[in-house]
Design a protein around this ligand. Sequence first.
Ligand SMILES: [Mg+2]
Length: 139
Amino acid sequence: MLPLPRSIAHLDMDAFFASVELLSAPDLRGQPVVVGGRRALAPSHGEPHPRLRSYVGRGVITTATYEARALGVHSGMGLMKAARLAPDAWLLPANFDAYREYSRRFKAAVQALAPVMEDRGIDEIYLDLSSQNPEGRLD
Ligand SMILES: [Mg+2]
């Protein structure tokens, strides 16, 4: 007898940390935003957030929005190099407590619909949808 076909979905939340940051800084949606650095910067006079050009020292990009990636910066790049490519990008410090909390909420929401889940990290899961009908309910 042939085994039943299985349906496995892979969910990888792209730019997850940056997306979490934009929840508390909605004014930055649609703009180049870089998350990273070893310490939080104060904004320059009159600006709502610090700019990447203000960063001095070691430290790398944890993640970046698509608008920042379009300027040539990416995860793992040193912040000083990134600041040369995208000096006007906004720079926010990483907040791993918030990422863990939103990761927990994301996984709980998905698991309410698809209980067979393999946890692959803070922003990544596999789901076994084999026993679900097309409406997403368990048979
Ligand atoms: Mg991801």
